[in-house]
Design a protein around this ligand. Structure first.
Ligand SMILES: [Zn+2]
Length: 284
């Protein structure tokens, strides 16, 4: 059996395997050589962040009748999407899909910072007072469902193979876990990797308490989108060790690191208060 058939036939095992494997590797790396000292107990954070992840996968399976690979099957059967329509070769189609999806995810990320209603929900991801591998997976249930909707529409419009969809999901998940790690790479390696992919030190800037720093480094996989669209920021003003993680107005651990508190964050604060406006105020 070739690798493509194996991956397609064992989708959930492959995805779960990568998730648990990466969680273990990153978790051990963080314990052995943490980049920053944690504020909140690791056990408490992991329990609450991973409970939210578990809750989300349960709810989205309940609400969404179709998974991303199901949409890819539908697209192939009905000849939907650019890649099916033009009969692009499988290898090229897979590469194009993975890169274009990364751009879509980047734009979605900018949008959830820019639109007040979406920012309310995205704040759950940013409110974590520490930054580690589990931060990369903690999102409000509503944001997970919203992202899934965008993904399904994108798949219908692009028409990738089932394998390409699984590959993209695995890469996105693995990169999110890697670049949210409380770990650091040797400086020359970090600088070199940044020509292509997002590193932990690069994405940590996006989790700074300073709004202008939060509104930079939106990319998850490729660095290019931040560079092209002018949202790239090399470093935080205070440096990686002294910077503060999280949001200015939401700092009570009962709210930020307890699952029921996390789920109610979208309903806190005024509707006019949102992140991306702050960029102007800061650059004065
Ligand atoms: Zn963000």
């Amino acid at each position: 059996m070739d690798i493509v058939t194996f991956v397609v036939e064992h989708e959930s095992q492959v995805r779960m395997g990568f998730f648990l494997g990466l969680l273990t590797i990153m978790g051990l790396w963080e314990l052995r050589k943490p980049r920053r000292v944690s504020k909140i107990s690791k056990a408490k954070r992991w329990l609450n962040n991973l409970s939210l992840v578990f809750f989300n996968s349960f709810i989205s399976r309940l609400i969404l009748p179709i998974a991303s690979t199901g949409m890819a099957v539908l697209a192939v059967q009905n000849n939907w999407g650019v890649l099916n329509y033009y009969e692009v070769s499988p290898l090229i189609a897979t590469i194009v899909f993975v890169i274009v999806m990364d751009l879509i995810i980047y734009m979605q990320h900018v949008m959830v910072h820019a639109v007040p209603l979406f920012w309310r929900f995205h704040r759950v991801h940013h409110a974590d007072l520490d930054y580690d591998v589990t931060t990369g997976a903690r999102f409000h249930t509503v944001e997970i469902i919203f992202s899934m909707g965008i993904k399904l529409v994108s798949i219908a419009l692009l028409g990738p193979s089932v394998f390409a969809v699984i590959l993209f999901e695995v890469i996105l998940n693995a990169m999110a876990m890697f670049n949210h790690g409380n770990v650091g790479l040797p400086k020359p390696l970090d600088s070199f990797l940044r020509y292509f992919v997002v590193t932990p030190d690069m994405h940590r800037v996006h989790h700074s308490i300073e709004e202008d720093e939060t509104n930079s480094n939106f990319g998850f996989n490729l660095t290019w989108w931040d560079v092209i669209f002018g949202t790239y920021r090399k470093e935080v003003r205070k440096g990686q060790i002294d910077m503060t993680i999280g949001l200015k107005n939401i700092r009570n651990p009962k709210q930020t690191n307890f699952i029921l508190g996390m789920l109610t964050i979208p309903f806190k604060g005024k509707i006019t208060e949102y992140s991306i406006n702050a960029k102007k105020g800061k650059s004065k």
